[in-house]
Design a protein around this ligand. Structure first.
Ligand SMILES: [Zn+2]
Length: 535
């Protein structure tokens, strides 16, 4: 996801989500009826649940109940297990369901929940910029339960069907592949989309609006669709048409695209872009006909692999989504705009990280002290997470790094991970212990500050370089560092590789004559503040 600006007003709590360890959702079938006369939605959700323990006589789902002051919220009218009607209780955002008989371990049971109400959140029912009524799901981070009974946390992924009945003038988009579009008469249309691989609730979605749709495909024959308001047809089709090239680029680097299709959709999401699985939503402002949002599009498409297919099991590890998407948006920048643009992007990110760390000196990439989920959308998760991957690429070398990325995707696609799973994969492909690297960059706050100088001894023809780590003895890093030696203004730097691993480091090189200039890290492979000059 990419933001316009950081949000400040969500009251969601930390990842102290109480895991429902006794059940595992297998599949949701969300039947929804939308209408034009009220914002009330009618819902009927069939849920297949695997019971992980025997002897249970009730379980809980997340569903926002009626808030009497706003009149918004979902009111459940009936719950059935097969033909048996069940007792249930709604309190606040929880739905407690009593089973007809106690559970048997590993048995899968099917439940049907009928409900209705006006969603306070999660499904945005409003008007678009042309004054037309629209319906857009927007679940991140945990806003699915405002309109869908779910386990509203990324750890429990499930397959899902959306079967939506809506006024016939709307076209309906959702996750997965299109199974049915039927005119029901009475000006109503039924649309059925089926997602056949498990996804987290944060990226389950529907959109219903007047749309123009263009159908393309990438070089692997995955359907790539552009869904835009009819008024924005020309602009939007142009803006979204590069999506197929981005898909091909990432598929070749990472592995097969995880879903049945990819739709890029103009919408009312509150985010700049939102990486819903196989149906990415973009804010209306992003559709300009100038491709100004091409980097956002690349970011959201990268999330299909990382965030959607490989999903953090715990919100504290969100860099596995956002850091990866930021890294891959830079890969696209290099591919599309060239390497100088990539270096400009990472240079800007480094500045942002340095500034962020000045104001948040104790905050690490995995920061378990964050208690509001939207606070996870910070520079550490995005820019620093992306930089960590860039540094890991340099530490391991391109071949091993990409082998590791592909293996990580292959092993965990449609599943969940924590940072330790990524670390273990990279250790496996490299044969190296990387605990030091993840400690330095993911679990410890801050970044190194290198202060140094160089001098040339004309007698011995030696270049002497001294570098001090001044960020504090407890945080001495061990990293490779490139020195760029310039002997001629017009020529590229000669690179000399060194390792810094102590608080004071000194190196001597034999050189043919006095360099005109020496700089550290000319190609931006190390995240640091620095002050380096000639003695
Ligand atoms: Zn993102």
């Amino acid at each position: 996801m990419l933001l316009f600006a950081f949000l400040a007003n969500n009251s969601a709590t930390a990842d102290h989500y109480k895991r429902n360890t006794e059940i595992d959702i297998q599949h949701y079938t969300f039947k929804l009826t939308l209408n034009d006369s009220t914002d009330t939605i009618l819902g009927e959700t069939e849920i297949e649940i695997k019971f992980l323990s025997g002897g249970i006589n009730k379980f809980y789902l997340d569903l926002a109940g009626l808030d009497s002051s706003s009149g918004k919220g979902m009111v459940v009218s009936q719950i059935k297990q097969d033909v048996k009607t069940l007792m249930f209780r709604q309190s606040n955002d929880q739905l407690e369901i009593n089973l007809a008989s106690t559970s048997v371990k590993d048995e899968i049971k099917s439940f049907t929940i009928k409900y209705s109400g006006i969603p306070a959140e999660g499904l945005i029912i409003s008007k678009n910029k042309y004054g037309d009524r629209t319906f857009f799901g927007d679940n991140w981070p945990n806003r699915a339960h405002y309109w869908l009974p779910t386990i509203d946390h990324p750890y429990d992924k499930a397959t899902c069907d959306f079967i939506v009945t809506a006024p016939a003038k709307y076209k309906v988009i959702a996750n997965g592949s299109l199974k049915e579009e039927s005119n029901l008469g009475n000006n109503l249309c039924l649309t059925h989309w089926k997602e056949s691989v498990p996804i987290p609730t944060k990226v389950m979605v529907i959109g219903a609006a007047k749309f123009s749709v263009k159908y393309l495909q990438d070089s692997n024959c995955i359907p790539v669709e552009s869904w835009v308001y009819p008024e924005d047809k020309e602009k939007g089709f142009y803006d979204f048409s590069l999506a197929k090239d981005i898909m091909t680029l990432f598929s070749n680097l990472i592995g097969d695209f995880p879903y049945e299709k990819l739709a890029n959709v103009e919408s009312k999401t509150i985010y700049g872009g939102m990486e819903n699985a196989s149906a990415i939503f973009y804010a209306e402002q992003e559709i300009t006909g100038t491709r100004k949002s091409i980097v956002t599009i690349a970011h959201e498409i990268a999330h299909q692999w990382f965030g959607d297919a490989v999903t953090e099991a715990d919100w504290d590890h969100i860099w596995l989504s956002e850091g990866f998407a930021t890294y891959f948006q830079n890969i696209f920048i290099a591919y599309y705009f060239g390497n100088d643009s990539l270096l400009n992007a990472v240079r800007l990110e480094r500045k942002q990280i340095i500034y962020y760390i000045m104001t948040n000196p104790n905050s690490a990439v995995v920061d378990t002290s964050i208690t509001t989920l939207t606070d996870l959308l910070n520079i550490n998760s995005y820019q620093k997470g992306g930089w960590v991957l860039r540094m890991l690429q340099h530490v391991l070398g391109d071949n091993i790094f990409w082998k590791g990325i592909r293996l990580y995707y292959k092993n965990y696609m449609n599943s969940n991970t924590l940072t330790k799973d990524f670390e273990a994969t990279m250790e496996k492909v490299s044969g190296k212990n990387l605990e030091w690297f993840f400690n330095e960059w993911i679990y410890k706050p801050g970044l190194p500050y290198l202060s140094g100088e160089w001098e040339y001894d004309s007698k011995s023809k030696l270049l002497i370089v001294r570098i001090k780590q001044v960020q504090g003895v407890d945080n001495i890093i061990k990293m490779p560092l490139d020195l760029g030696l310039y002997f001629n203004k017009d020529k590229k730097a000669e690179i000399r590789k060194i390792k810094i691993n102590a608080s004071i480091n000194e190196y001597k090189f034999s050189v043919k004559h006095r360099p005109s200039k020496v700089i550290i890290d000319p190609d931006l492979w190390l995240l640091m503040s620095s002050d380096f000059k000639e003695k």
